[in-house]
Design a protein around this ligand. Structure first.
Ligand SMILES: [Zn+2]
Length: 475
């Protein structure tokens, strides 16, 4: 166990609220300036009523639980976001100079693979805490962390650090359990002398994580996903077939990087004599239980196959631009039936670490490629919330009676938003900086007036600096 961090004390907050008089609410069902919803009632972490002029419950009646009234004037309310691809450990690897102007292959060697084998659990914990605070501050209630810091001799504390950080902040975590099973799957790993897990070790560790952490239900806080780091480079076909079988046996979703750059396609042709998409299909990794990060270099044939299989993809525009990888053809994918979601990717290649900015960029980017009708705010919010939440099996992502109370009150009362004719779209079209007045996950308040609850920012910052300085002395 990591040492007890007394700086982060979770208080047991009320889960019953009546949110009143929002300027506008995006329910996820429809978007209209005449949307009548202004009030939302939350009881025991679930949305129990939406409408207008909802009256507070008579709390003198002891049979009824008390509820706290939240004044939402000057706010627009969205469902909280679901970030479908992150690498939380990279939160302490932002703007590493040697990797700043490198493409993916070289950057992997200069940045993540150079540091992660030496990162102690304590630093991984602090990085996860910082990364998850970035998520909460930008409206995320579900964060999928593609965590690949595993090798034959790695400590279970490195994984435990991520679960612990999420627990303490009250955010829902999907651990996409990565790693490689072949020696030298990347030259960066080879150069660091990393000995990969055997498949047996991976499977037994997966089994332990599943038993200890994973929750099946739609109200879960913790989910496990089987997520080898790269389908083309990290495992043999037989190993991937076994990992898929494990996932199916345990009813777990699957995830991996794919076609972030053209190298995947080239290697698939060289190693397997077929396209990357044909290859993943041949090993049973192309179906509706699978999501892929990036897919930047998908061609028309591959897009049709991905759509036919009803795959999910995680669109990580900022990272793809930062590394010069390109722009994923998500509109074509959506047209073919691919489920589009949004990821911020790790902060080592996406330094802004803001889900809201990622959505703002997605809204703009595809207009630049097509025309001003290419994207709509409604659709972008669904990419950023409902599509990801539903893929992972959460009862979140929209605002409706019976759904998890995972929602965000965006403060649009400041001067920055004066003159805006449609406040409902303001957070997406205006992007960062933006402030959350209140954010709830399962009805618990996790952000208040822009600050994540129960965090001593200054102390955390000092701990990060001290721990990172110690690591740098070893590199
Ligand atoms: Zn990634």
């Amino acid at each position: 166990m990591l040492k007890n961090h007394s700086l982060f004390v979770v208080t047991d907050m009320s889960r019953n609220w009546l949110i009143k008089q929002a300027d506008a609410v995006f329910t996820g069902e429809t978007h209209s300036v005449n949307n009548p919803v202004t009030d939302i009632r939350i009881h025991n972490g679930i949305i129990t009523e939406i409408g207008t002029n909802l009256t507070p419950l008579d709390c003198s009646n002891e049979a009824l639980a008390s509820e706290t009234i939240v004044d939402a004037k000057g706010c627009v309310i969205y469902p909280a976001f679901c970030n479908t691809h992150h690498h939380l450990a990279q939160s302490v690897l932002k703007a590493v100079p040697t990797g700043l102007n490198q493409g993916l292959g070289e950057w992997l060697q200069s940045v993540p693979y150079r540091f992660w084998p030496k990162m102690p659990a304590e630093l991984v914990y602090l990085a996860a805490k910082m990364g998850l605070i970035d998520m909460l501050r930008s409206g995320v209630s579900i964060c999928a962390d593609h965590h690949y810091l595993y090798h034959l001799h790695s400590s279970s504390a490195v994984e435990q650090a991520i679960w612990q950080a999420a627990d303490e902040l009250g955010i829902r975590l999907v651990l996409c359990r990565g790693g490689a099973n072949i020696i030298g799957s990347h030259k960066g790993m080879r150069n660091m002398g990393i000995e990969p897990e055997t498949l047996d070790v991976t499977l037994s560790r997966l089994q332990a994580t599943k038993a200890h952490y994973h929750q099946d239900g739609g109200d879960a806080y913790r989910k496990l996903v089987v997520a080898p780091t790269s389908l083309i480079h990290s495992q043999t076909p037989d190993q991937l077939i076994e990992l898929a079988a494990f996932a199916k046996q345990h009813q777990l979703k699957r995830h991996s990087h794919l076609l972030e750059v053209g190298f995947d396609e080239q290697q698939s042709q060289i190693k397997y004599g077929m396209s990357a998409i044909d290859y993943v299909e041949s090993i049973g990794w192309l179906d509706e239980e699978v999501s892929f990060a990036h897919l930047v270099q998908s061609n028309d044939t591959g897009i049709a196959q991905l759509g036919q299989a009803r795959c999910t993809m995680s669109h990580c525009s900022t990272s793809n631009l930062r590394l010069g990888s390109g722009i994923a053809p998500v509109l074509a994918m959506q047209q073919q039936g691919v489920n589009i979601t949004i990821g911020v990717d790790g902060s080592a290649s996406s330094e802004n670490a803001s889900m809201l900015q990622e959505l703002n960029l997605a809204w703009l980017l595809h207009r630049g490629q097509g025309d001003a009708t290419a994207t709509s705010v409604d659709e972008i919010i669904r990419w950023g919330s409902q599509n990801g939440a539903e893929f992972f099996g959460f009862n979140s992502g929209s605002i409706a009676v019976g759904k998890n109370a995972d929602l965000v009150l965006w403060d649009v009362s400041s001067l920055r938003y004066r003159g805006c004719h449609d406040l409902l779209v303001a957070p997406i079209v205006a992007g960062e900086p933006a402030t959350i007045k209140n954010m709830f996950i399962a009805g618990k308040e996790v952000v208040n007036n822009g600050q994540v609850n129960n965090v001593d920012y200054e102390a955390l910052g000092e701990q990060v600096t001290a721990s990172l300085t110690a690591l740098l002395k070893e590199i």
